[in-house]
Design a binder for this molecule. Structure first.
Ligand code: SF4
Length: 554
């Protein structure tokens, strides 16, 4: 939890984050604009309070009401909540409790989850106001009205969208503790000009850029305060190349200075647009600094057309190969399963195509129907059935029955544990090896996933040792590999993963971290340390999915 305490708060900005590492950029924008679009007094009366989803609701209620204190006679107390697909259930329950304990509270909602289909949502019914779209200007104005009058007439208020130079930048509201321990979300632009129908950003129709000089000044200040972990939330970092060049150059300049240790910079990029001007800069980055999140979603041209996604597949492949061969960037790529028109076979072909290119991570997402996204136009013609509870995942389509969706969901979870975790770097290629001429890496891994499901009947709570033993059994019993050969690979994977347990299949091996008292050779220590750093870098990508998840429906 981070908490900024003003003298007498009567307004609290609150959000329930998926993990502590996520520091809400939206709340900090609101905080920064309370003075400019409200008043200094309003800003002085506003506090910011973040929780993680794991915190018990009664504790959140106590902290929120404790921050506001008992209302003085006639005093208006307001809590503004950021509502997202990942927190809507808990936020609804929290508001119910708050309203029971203090009915006079004014609850104001904002965020993508409550910006569309407001008339259908319980959270809207039990709250006082909703600001749809941008809240930077409209939230302070609404607070002024609630406190000083005249009272707003409308429950649902369309947020004003001012030119970006009328929005105060929020970065001073990242505390020193945020800088030291959390991902710092920053944005050089908002919106997206593309129209992929599963994505909320498709509603923007264009992108707006913040003025670059003030933005870079803010980055400089954050950097000097010690920030080293930056995640750009720009939907398409490589859209306006001149701006991308300056941002990449900014971080290259920092790398040339002493004290750049630990710098990690994460960008979302479109895959088919990588002009030479960018390549020249990207190629200068050392290992471990640059991370690109690259949405591929589908290589199926029919599907791409159906969902209005413009993507040059040939150029995409060429750019990915260049990034892998000529740069040190870590590539986290995304595929979405369940799009209209996608079959299991066509998805498998896309997976194999992407795998052959060799990105460090392939995230296998399942389509979600985000509120407000145009993908609904296919619901009838492609017999799309979505879960009516968040995160609204697709359960069935005309081309994919429910069992296939479930089977794939399990495979995606195992893929994360085994492939994206980086724990099985040497043994994974054996699991992916086609087992028949008609087979392919996708189907080989699917076979392994089916075995895992039969063995464990769960996808959560599996220890690294469970997985090592399962890989051993699959490769030796189902795939017929010699046990000693498999053990050698798994032992090496085990050593580099830094795991501390003792898999059964390695019971007779020397496992320095397994508590058996023997000591690592120095080379093994170096290997383990390097792997831990790598895992930290890989995790950085995975942990940053919160925002993307909400907008992209993957
Ligand atoms: S998926 Fe990416 S490119 Fe497509 S609309 Fe969304 S943000 Fe834009």
């Amino acid at each position: 939890m981070s908490y900024t305490e003003p003298s007498r708060p009567s307004i609290v900005l609150c959000s329930l984050n998926a993990k502590y590492i996520h520091a809400s950029l939206g709340l900090r924008y609101l905080m920064a604009n309370m003075a400019r679009h409200g008043s200094t007094d309003l800003a002085d009366r506003t506090a910011l309070l973040e929780f993680t989803l794991a915190k018990p609701l009664p504790d959140m209620v106590s902290q929120l009401l404790g921050t506001l204190g008992e209302p003085l006679h006639g005093q208006v107390q307001i809590i503004g909540f950021g509502v997202y697909i990942w927190n809507v259930v808990q936020t609804t329950a929290l508001i119910r409790l708050l309203k029971t304990q203090r009915p006079s509270l004014k609850i104001v909602l904002g965020g993508p989850e409550v910006s569309h289909e407001t008339d259908q949502q319980e959270i809207v019914q039990i709250s006082d106001h909703v600001i749809t779209g941008w809240g930077d200007v409209s939230f302070p104005k609404l607070c002024m009205q609630l406190i000083d009058g005249p009272q707003p007439l409308m429950k649902v208020i369309q947020g004003e969208q001012p030119p970006l130079d009328q929005i105060e930048l929020p970065y001073q509201y990242f505390s020193d503790a945020d800088l030291a321990n959390r991902l710092l979300y920053v944005e050089a632009s908002r919106g997206c000009p593309f129209k992929c129908e599963f994505c909320l950003s498709s509603l923007d129709k264009t992108a707006w850029a913040f003025e670059l000089a003030p933005f870079l000044n803010e980055l400089q200040t954050l950097y000097h305060r010690g920030a080293r972990n930056f995640k750009f939330v720009d939907r398409t970092f490589n859209l306006k190349i001149e701006a991308s060049v300056q941002i990449l150059q900014f971080f290259l300049n920092r790398l040339a200075e002493p004290d750049a240790d630990g710098l990690l910079v994460h960008f979302e990029v479109i895959p088919d647009h990588l002009p030479d001007k960018l390549k020249v800069l990207i190629a200068q980055y050392p290992p471990g600094v640059l991370q690109f999140e690259v949405g591929i979603q589908s290589f199926n041209e029919t599907v791409q057309k159906l969902i209005s996604r413009r993507q040059d597949n040939v150029q995409t492949e060429a750019n990915l190969r260049w990034l892998i061969n000529e740069s040190n960037a870590h590539l986290h790529t995304d595929l979405i399963f369940g799009l209209p028109g996608e079959t299991l076979d066509s998805f498998a072909a896309g997976f194999d195509r992407l795998l052959a290119i060799g990105p460090q991570e392939i995230q296998l997402g399942i389509l979600k129907r985000l509120r407000g996204t145009p993908i609904v136009r296919h619901t009838t013609s492609f017999e799309m059935i979505y879960d009516d509870q968040p995160p609204y995942v697709v359960r069935q389509t005309k081309d994919l029955d429910a069992e296939t969706l479930q089977r794939f969901t399990r495979m995606a979870k195992y893929w994360d544990l085994v492939a994206n975790s980086g724990r099985f770097k040497l043994s994974l290629p054996c699991l992916l090896k086609p087992t028949s001429p008609q087979n392919s890496p996708f189907w080989s891994f699917m076979g392994f996933a089916d075995e895992l499901w039969q063995r464990f009947a769960k996808t959560h709570g599996l220890t690294p040792e469970n997985l090592v033993d399962a890989v051993f059994l699959c490769l030796t019993e189902s795939r017929g590999m010699p046990a000693e050969e498999v053990k050698a690979l798994l032992l090496q994977d085990y050593l580099t993963s830094g795991a501390r347990g003792r898999p059964r299949c390695l019971a007779n091996e020397r496992l320095p971290l397994g508590g058996d008292g023997s000591k690592l050779k120095s080379a093994e220590v170096a290997l383990v340390t390097a792997q831990k750093l790598r895992v930290r870098q890989d995790r950085h990508v995975s942990q940053s999915d919160e925002l993307t998840f909400d907008r992209n429906g993957k």
